[in-house]
Design a protein around this ligand. Structure first.
Ligand SMILES: *[C@@H]1O[C@H](CO)[C@@H](O)[C@H](O)[C@H]1NC(C)=O
Ligand SMILES: *[C@@H]1O[C@H](CO)[C@@H](O)[C@H](O)[C@H]1NC(C)=O
Ligand SMILES: *[C@@H]1O[C@H](CO)[C@@H](O)[C@H](O)[C@H]1NC(C)=O
Ligand SMILES: *[C@@H]1O[C@H](CO)[C@@H](O)[C@H](O)[C@H]1NC(C)=O
Length: 199
């Protein structure tokens, strides 16, 4: 019995010394390589100009802008802080592929998905269920020795980091996924960006 007890104690000590098993990212990170991860708490988003000039490696800070309302819910989109200078949801979490903006006293938000050609929209309402939102988001840390040079992970939707743009829409400059013509904004005024996680 003594030997058994000792063995149990040794095994317990070994087990506690091992790091907790790392959960592999979900299918929403497929194809994004070893730097992909789908959970992280407390970061902000910024838009890095993919083709033009950036004054720094962060890019333009993004917030949730007011994009109108439908019955019982407010629509929020990702907009530049420069165009919508209010930051009610200053902390974002990535939780198993869901993007969850939060802030003190704010209404919960949930996302059904993203639509090609449209803004990245969140529905804010007291009945929103953030934990039931679409699992479509993934972050990609820079593991290339040559690097993409900014030092910040890129955000992907449906395993795609390359299809976001900033477009002037009404008074805001908002993130659009797969910008195209005939969607109520001037495509010529859009420019491609990479969304970055800043923490
Ligand atoms: C989130 O991060 C910001 C700055 O990075 C910090 O000021 C804030 O306290 C953090 N909030 C939580 C809940 O950890
Ligand atoms: C980003 O680059 C585009 C050119 O591709 C330019 O028109 C635009 O003004 C730049 N945006 C910022 C915020 O510098
Ligand atoms: C980086 O540049 C953007 C303009 O593109 C500016 O809004 C932002 O505040 C700058 N961030 C830092 C950390 O300097
Ligand atoms: C993006 O839009 C183009 C047309 O502008 C379309 O061919 C392509 O399938 C779209 N991609 C996604 C992921 O929706």
């Amino acid at each position: 019995m003594l030997a058994f007890g000792l063995l149990t104690a040794v095994l317990a000590a070994v087990a506690s010394a091992l790091p907790a098993a790392k959960r592999a990212p979900g299918a929403w990170c497929n194809g994004l390589g070893g730097g992909a991860f789908d959970s992280l708490s407390n970061f902000t988003l910024a838009a890095y100009n993919a083709t033009g000039i950036n004054t720094n490696t962060t890019g333009a800070p993004l917030v949730l802008g007011s994009a109108g309302a439908i019955s019982g819910a407010e629509l929020k989109d990702l907009a530049t802080f420069a165009s919508f200078p209010f930051n009610q949801y200053p902390s974002i979490a990535l939780s198993e592929g869901r993007l969850l903006p939060t802030g003190p006293g704010t209404t919960p938000t949930a996302q059904n998905g993203v639509t090609a050609g449209s803004e990245v929209v969140f529905l804010a309402s007291n009945s929103a269920q953030p934990s039931q939102g679409a699992q479509i988001w993934c972050a990609v840390a820079d593991t290339d020795p040559a690097g993409h040079g900014t030092g910040h992970p890129f955000l992907a939707v449906n395993s795609d980091t390359d299809s976001f743009s900033l477009c002037p829409i009404n008074s805001r400059v908002s993130v659009v996924y797969n910008a195209t013509t005939g969607r109520g904004y001037d495509l010529d005024a859009c420019y491609p960006v990479k969304l970055q996680l800043i923490f």
